[in-house]
Design a protein around this ligand. Structure first.
Ligand SMILES: NC(=O)c1ccc[n+]([C@@H]2O[C@H](COP(=O)([O-])OP(=O)(O)OC[C@H]3O[C@@H](n4cnc5c(N)ncnc54)[C@H](O)[C@@H]3O)[C@@H](O)[C@H]2O)c1
Ligand SMILES: O=C(O)CC[C@@H](O)C(=O)O
Length: 392
């Protein structure tokens, strides 16, 4: 039995992916894996018993990746699982930024008496808005969310300009050729009536939109942050608003200064919060965890290489080790000393970490224990697991 510990609200459809004959959920003090959403794992200690952490969602800045990697804990996310939800909320906010319905609705509900329609016609011009058609929007980050926002804005008749110097081949293919790419962030900021940012939070992206970038924006531009707190320098935006620059700042990440400001609209980290996205993310996270725990295969990891090898032999040995020369040689020498024949093998690395998967015929539990001990004796080996193939 393996135990999965959850943090935050995880959709029941995701938890149902764990068969009860193989898994328990939240039953052990030493779980094999964690399934989380926004839980701050920088402040939540987890032991080396944790083989993997799956984040149902995109952003992984809530997880100490360097610490997890050196402990041999594989971290996964669920790319794209909530991208449509974020896209739809960004569209909602673009429309709300253009049509003052948030003020108009309470006004309309206060009207009374026999002449509601007369009062309506007399007062409605206070709530005249503008249209998105023909306005320009700069989309920073053209991944799962940004590429969808760019397409939807273009479908609404907006002039879209994108910026993503690190775009993946997959997302580049998805993006229409009609959407021009800015050479630099400054080029995008100079021409955009709306600027929306969809990049991950990393040290490099901290204050990607800082004082200089806010100053480079159009006088009446609207800035949206549905990425992460810290990617936009909120203080720089507040200073700009105080100086009469920018029409509106819309953020999914409130602070005391933001929530009390008249030219700021805050949503409570709602971008990925729809019933559909929560189910998508939880199911995807659970399936990714099961794949790793049961077969050792790694997909959608943010700190380990992708490794997929069909599990056909009776037994699989997986090793997490430092990415240094001659590891495979040292590992296979130990196996040869036990006279073990290798059926299939794969070795992949990512930065400082490497992962080796070796398929072989069955060996006894005793021999597995001996081998594990001996392999862990190699100083650069971090974790050793034997997995039994249930179908062999
Ligand atoms: N508000 C929410 O609830 C919510 C929901 C989903 C995602 N997010 C946030 O949005 C981020 C993006 O999500 P995604 O699913 O699109 O991720 P993604 O990985 O598919 O896309 C991110 C894109 O940003 C690009 N990028 C990175 N740094 C950049 C930079 N400096 N300039 C321009 N482009 C840059 C990458 O090349 C990539 O294409 C997540 O990391 C997460 O923090 C928030
Ligand atoms: O779990 C959530 O509700 C938010 C997820 C979102 O911020 C993400 O990064 O995917």
């Amino acid at each position: 039995m393996m135990d999965i510990k959850t943090y935050n609200v995880i959709a029941k459809e995701g938890l149902a992916e764990f068969p009860t004959d193989l898994y328990t959920v939240n039953q052990s003090q030493k779980p094999q894996a964690l399934l989380i959403r926004s839980q701050d794992m920088h402040k939540t200690p987890f032991g080396t018993n944790v083989l993997a952490i799956a984040r149902a969602g995109a952003g992984v800045n809530n997880i100490p990746l360097v610490q997890a990697t050196s402990a041999g804990t594989v971290v996964f996310n669920t790319p794209g699982s909530n991208a449509n939800a974020v896209k739809e909320l960004v569209l909602t906010m673009l429309l709300l930024a253009s049509r003052p319905v948030l003020d108009a609705i309470p006004w309309a509900h206060k009207l009374g008496g026999a002449d509601v329609s007369l009062q309506t016609e007399a007062g409605k011009n206070h709530f005249a808005g503008s249209e998105l058609l023909g306005k320009s929007i700069g989309v920073i980050g053209l991944g799962a969310v940004g590429s969808r926002v760019a397409k939807a804005a273009s479908d609404l008749g907006m002039k879209v300009i994108g910026y993503d110097p690190y775009i993946s081949v997959e997302h580049a293919w998805q993006l229409s050729n009609d959407i021009p790419r800015a050479e630099s962030l400054e080029d995008l900021l100079a021409v955009s009536d709306f600027v929306t940012v969809h990049v991950p939070y990393t040290e490099k992206n901290r204050h990607l939109l800082g004082k200089e970038q806010v100053e480079a924006m159009k006088q009446d531009a609207v800035l949206l942050n549905y990425s992460r707190s810290g990617i936009v320098d909120d203080a720089a935006v507040l200073a700009a608003l105080a100086a009469g620059k920018l029409r509106l700042f819309i953020s999914d990440f409130g602070t005391p200064a933001l929530v009390s400001h008249k030219k700021v609209i805050v949503t409570p980290h709602l971008g990925g919060t729809t019933a559909e996205a929560e189910v998508n993310g939880a199911k995807m996270a659970a399936r990714t965890l099961r794949k790793y725990l049961e077969t050792g295969n790694i997909v959608n990891s943010v700190n380990f290489p992708t490794v997929e090898m069909a599990f056909e032999a009776p037994l699989r040995l997986t090793l997490i080790h430092q990415n240094v020369p001659n590891m495979v040689g040292r590992i296979t020498t130990i196996l040869a000393n036990y006279n073990l024949n290798i059926d299939n093998m794969i070795n992949r690395s990512r930065e400082k970490i490497a992962y080796t998967v070796i398929d072989m015929a069955t060996v006894s539990a005793e021999q597995q224990a001996e081998l594990t001990k001996e392999l862990l004796h190699i100083p650069e080996v971090i974790r050793v697991r034997f997995l039994k193939n249930p179908r062999a």
